[in-house]
Design a protein around this ligand. Structure first.
Ligand SMILES: Cc1cc2nc3c(=O)[nH]c(=O)nc-3n(C[C@H](O)[C@H](O)[C@H](O)COP(=O)(O)OP(=O)(O)OC[C@H]3O[C@@H](n4cnc5c(N)ncnc54)[C@H](O)[C@@H]3O)c2cc1C
Length: 509
């Protein structure tokens, strides 16, 4: 190690969406960040449409909006419907699915989601991996994050006050290391993390092929008595082969002959593939690290949890990890964190990850090619036509119900703050770009302003009447937009201080 080398606050392994977003959060909070990325180039056909398609759920949309990044994503403006395989409009517009069973816009009763304002941000949007990474990379550059591409993290060791990271012959020094290096995370493997697992049922294939006789395949998603195939656009085929994940685990090369054999067997046709342009495999193996921290090593995104892409939640889960971890790690680095703040990253995010893993397991169960699964599938299909079930499914898929258990002082505590609109047209989300806590005071009570000042630059005071206040008088919002405290009546300053003490350090008392 050369003596003139910088010591970074945080080294992040992996410039995927989670590593990039975490870097933005840390740099916003004035941390010095280095990202080491194994790949020389960020480009890949699997990051572009149609395979690179990613559904963003409400918490991700809010996170990007709150940091002024949402407006830079363009693709959702031209592709309104992430899940439909046919172009439908109106109340029957398909807006999501569970195990391939669609739910429709007109069946969803959003009035049941009381903590979401009707005028709030969108609940679901479509985007593309490449675009998300491009927008995030641009922001990291503005914020001064250093990204070294073509630098694979190969090993590391922690000392009492830092981490020395090795990329081949080169060393880098940081105070913290975060593994955002995806499903096969080296940081997780070398960092002594346990990775609990349920085994896969199938190998999934994403392929681009030329088909000699495409009329032999049906369009859209097809459950057959041997598996599933989906043709979203001509030549773009996704297949699920219930082989217990054997082919994926074998790490054999994916040949044209193999894809043709699998497609013929699953589709029950003698379809012929003329050319295989690209192909990748995946499984429904579900695994989650039993801890997200080991000393100065942390995990986020796919490095901490993997599951099948069914229902598309992995990216959303990872962005949620980054939004939760960034400000807590920054406060720890700047010595502004109350005791135990960093531990709440795991206690809050692990249960959310576990729910997503279960959601994907439940879908696999009713997709299996056996009579029992088909029977249950048909019942869920009927139930999906009801308003209650469609609303529940949308709430789960879009992350509307996401909340942290922060005690039950007020029903809104632990939920994402509604995007209150003030009388001058500004919204509370616009005040969150710098990642400070906010004491939102609808009654312009000067004593609350004094109280906010007790936390220095960690907390900002915002006051004014909102068009819809949901009966609230004041709200304390964490930097990640989650409600830490709320009051319907006259605010009790002591209860605010008590709630704030979990998240911020008081400088004046
Ligand atoms: C077919 C498919 C469809 C999907 N659809 C959706 C969807 O609609 N919605 C959704 O939310 N999710 C979806 N997902 C899941 C989503 O893509 C992942 O959860 C997400 O990409 C995870 O982001 P990440 O940054 O944690 O990991 P990755 O995106 O895997 O990024 C990890 C990065 O780390 C780098 N890296 C790896 N090892 C090292 C190393 N040793 N040193 C340095 N760098 C390293 C890699 O090169 C990579 O750039 C889908 C996944 C698949 C496969």
């Amino acid at each position: 190690m050369k003596h003139d080398q910088p010591i970074y606050d945080v080294i992040i392994s992996g410039a995927g969406p989670v590593g990039l977003f975490l870097a933005c959060e840390l740099a916003l909070a004035k941390c010095q960040v280095l990202i080491l990325e194994k790949a020389k180039s960020p480009q890949s056909p699997f990051k572009r449409l149609p395979f690179g398609i990613r559904g963003l759920s409400a918490p991700s949309i809010e996170a990007l909006y709150r940091r002024g990044l949402l407006e830079e994503l363009e693709i959702h403006k031209r592709l309104k419907n992430p899940h439909a395989t046919s172009v439908q409009q109106g109340p029957r517009r398909q807006v999501g699915h569970f195990a391939g069973i669609p739910f429709h816009e007109g069946d969803i009763d959003t009035s049941l989601w009381k903590h979401r304002l009707t005028s709030s941000t969108e609940t679901n949007l479509i985007s593309e991996m490449e675009e998300i990474e491009t927008v995030l990379t641009r922001r990291t550059e503005v914020l001064g994050v250093e990204i070294k591409r073509g630098f694979e993290l190969t090993s590391f060791h922690q000392t009492e006050d830092g981490v020395i990271v090795q990329s081949g012959e080169q060393s880098f020094q940081g105070h913290w290391l975060v593994g955002c290096d995806g499903a096969r995370s080296v940081v997780r493997k070398l960092g002594g993390f346990e990775f609990e697992s349920t085994e896969p049922e199938f190998t999934g294939y994403s392929t681009k092929v030329d088909i000699a006789d495409p009329e032999k395949l049906s369009p859209g998603r097809n459950l057959t008595d041997r598996g599933m195939y989906l043709q979203s656009q001509p030549g773009f085929i996704v297949i699920q082969d219930f082989d217990g994940g054997a082919f994926h685990s074998s790490e054999k090369q994916i040949t044209l002959e193999h894809v043709q054999e699998v497609l013929r067997r699953i589709s029950n046709t003698d379809v012929t593939i003329n050319a295989l342009h690209f192909a990748t495999t995946w499984t429904d193996r579900a695994r989650q690290a039993t801890s997200y921290r080991n000393g100065r090593i942390l995990l986020a995104g796919d490095a901490a949890h993997i599951h099948s892409p069914l229902g598309g939640q992995g990216l959303n889960l990872g962005l949620g990890d980054a939004m939760n971890l960034g400000w807590k790690l920054a406060a720890t680095i700047h010595k502004k964190a109350p005791e135990g703040l960093l531990d709440t990253y795991y206690t809050e995010r692990y249960p959310i990850g576990a729910q997503v893993l279960d959601w994907s397991r439940a879908q696999v169960t009713i997709m299996k090619p056996n009579p029992q699964a088909r029977a249950l599938n048909s019942i869920i299909r009927d139930l999906m036509e009801t308003r209650d079930v469609a609303t529940y499914m949308a709430g789960r898929v879009w992350g509307i119900f996401t909340h942290y258990d922060l005690g039950n002082a007020h029903p809104l505590v632990g939920y994402s703050v509604p995007n209150f609109e003030f009388e001058d047209g500004r919204r509370i989300g616009e005040f969150m770009r710098d990642s400070q806590g906010i004491l939102l005071d609808f009654d312009t009570n000067t004593s609350l302003k004094t109280l906010a000042n007790e936390y220095g630059d960690q907390v900002k005071y915002v006051s004014g009447k909102a068009k819809e206040q949901l009966g609230l008088s004041a709200v304390f919002i964490r930097p990640d937009g989650m409600i830490a405290w709320a009051s319907d009546g006259k605010p009790d300053r002591q209860s605010i201080r008590q709630a704030a003490s979990l998240w911020f350090t008081q400088f004046i008392s």
